[in-house]
Write a protein that binds this ligand. Structure first.
Ligand code: SIN
Length: 190
């Protein structure tokens, strides 16, 4: 079943009274903004890990053959590096559309430095959404990504662009880098 979170997200009045809101991106939102922003800067959030556990029926896969994209999973003590964008709430509608396959707006602390944080918005697809695929070995995830594609392109391009973007931010992400390595090895074997 295809999840669609647009209606739920649009009921949220959180931040609606603000002129500007910080949005934290940890997946495609790091390397492909595609919306106007006032400024952006590297940031991180605490107690969540990035995982390729969300199905993509609309971007990097199809309803019949969903791809795998990232979501955030709660993990005490974890740090997830990404990119924060200062945006106008008028951008929420297009973000809700882009993230409609299971992602909900969540209010979280977005850190710029250890003691410098703001309250902002993050799109997270939790385990209750119908597009959630859940854990698998990094090798199996790489194999799944290697054979998936959708309207936004090959699933492997999402993975490779994300891994490059995390390196550029000098972030560490053993899960993403392990999947990238498996994918590159499988491409070299072909
Ligand atoms: C994000 O980038 O913050 C959400 C997941 C995605 O769109 O890849």
């Amino acid at each position: 079943m295809v999840a669609n979170t647009i209606a739920i997200n649009q009921q949220s009045t959180e931040f609606a009274d603000r002129q500007q809101v910080w949005l934290f991106g940890y997946g495609s939102l790091i390397y492909k903004a595609g919306f106007p922003f006032i400024k952006r800067q590297p940031a991180f959030i605490r107690h969540y890990s990035r995982r390729f556990w969300q199905g993509s029926h609309d971007h990097r896969g199809t309803p019949e053959n969903p791809g795998r994209v990232v979501t955030l999973i709660e993990e005490p003590g974890a740090v997830c590096m990404g990119m924060a964008y200062l945006i106008s709430p008028s951008e929420f509608a297009q973000l809700d559309y882009r993230e409609k396959n299971g992602y909900l707006r969540v209010k979280l602390h977005i850190y710029f430095q250890a003691n410098d944080f703001v309250e902002g918005l993050v799109y997270i697809a939790d385990a209750d959404n119908s597009a959630f695929l859940g854990p698998a070995s990094e090798l199996d995830i790489a194999r799944h990504i290697a054979k998936s594609q959708g309207p936004s392109g090959h699933n492997r391009d999402y993975l490779l662009a994300l891994a490059d973007a995390i390196r550029e931010l000098q972030g560490d992400d053993p899960h993403v880098f392990a999947i990238e390595q498996h994918l590159i090895s499988s491409l070299n074997d072909d």
